[in-house]
Design a protein around this ligand. Structure first.
Ligand code: E4P
Length: 217
């Protein structure tokens, strides 16, 4: 499973990338707002840090303006992936952008049929929003399973990018079901390493080691 980090915080991206955890980055208008930075400037910095695809989202809702914005965003770096919303205009933009070899992440997916349309429009990635579905009292992870089955039935190459991930368990379940990618907030990515038995075991080893009075270096 590939890991993208879901943030525009370049300090976090730099640190996580140094550990080798990152295969890409996703941003959205809310994350750009949170960064307090200019979209072109911060996105360029992110693209310089990470080799993999960096999703930058259009803010337009009409096809023509989406295409203008996609062309501006594409010029930021070679690893830009254009993010478009799952609307008819977004799908039309997806078709045009991917037809000339650029990558597209179709975002705000909340149903399997939406995901089917995105794949038919040539999407590179489909982003089902797990956490936001859970917030409605419905199991968001079921959607990942449905999309996996449909894409496998017809051999679609569109990658399932599990988004709106909120918990360690979301990551585990998405991996078990077969999502190709998970885009994870930095805090959740860091939480993946934690286990109380690891901490307990390490404390015991350190205590015993101190009793030996030895030094390795
Ligand atoms: C994905 O690309 C989105 O940026 C993100 O996962 C949205 O997550 P949220 O529901 O926590 O805002």
């Amino acid at each position: 499973m590939k890991f993208f980090v879901d943030t525009a915080d370049t300090k976090e991206i730099r640190e996580l990338n140094e550990i080798g955890l990152l295969d890409g980055v996703t941003t959205n208008p809310s994350l750009i707002m949170k960064s307090g930075r200019d979209i072109t400037e911060v996105t360029k910095e992110i693209c310089d840090i990470v080799d993999g695809p960096v999703s930058a989202e259009v803010a337009a809702t009409e096809y023509e303006q989406m295409m203008k914005e996609a062309d501006v965003l594409s010029k930021i770096a070679d690893n830009i992936c254009i993010k478009v919303p799952l609307t008819f205009d977004g799908l039309k933009a997806c078709k045009t952008i991917t037809s000339d070899g650029r990558k597209v992440n179709v975002t705000l997916c909340f149903s399997a049929t939406q995901a089917l349309l995105a794949a038919k429009a040539g999407a590179t990635f489909i982003s089902p929003f797990i956490g936001r579905i859970d917030d409605m009292g419905i199991n968001g992870m079921d959607l990942i399973g449905e999309i996996r089955a449909i894409y496998d039935n017809y051999g679609f190459a569109t990658e399932i990018l599990a988004a709106s991930i909120r918990t360690v368990n979301h990551v585990k379940e998405a991996a078990l079901i077969g999502a190709d990618v998970a885009t994870v907030p930095p805090a959740t990515l860091r939480a993946l390493v934690k286990h109380p038995l690891t901490d307990k075991g390490l404390d015991a080893f350190l205590a015993d080691w101190a009793k030996t009075g030895q030094k390795i270096a």
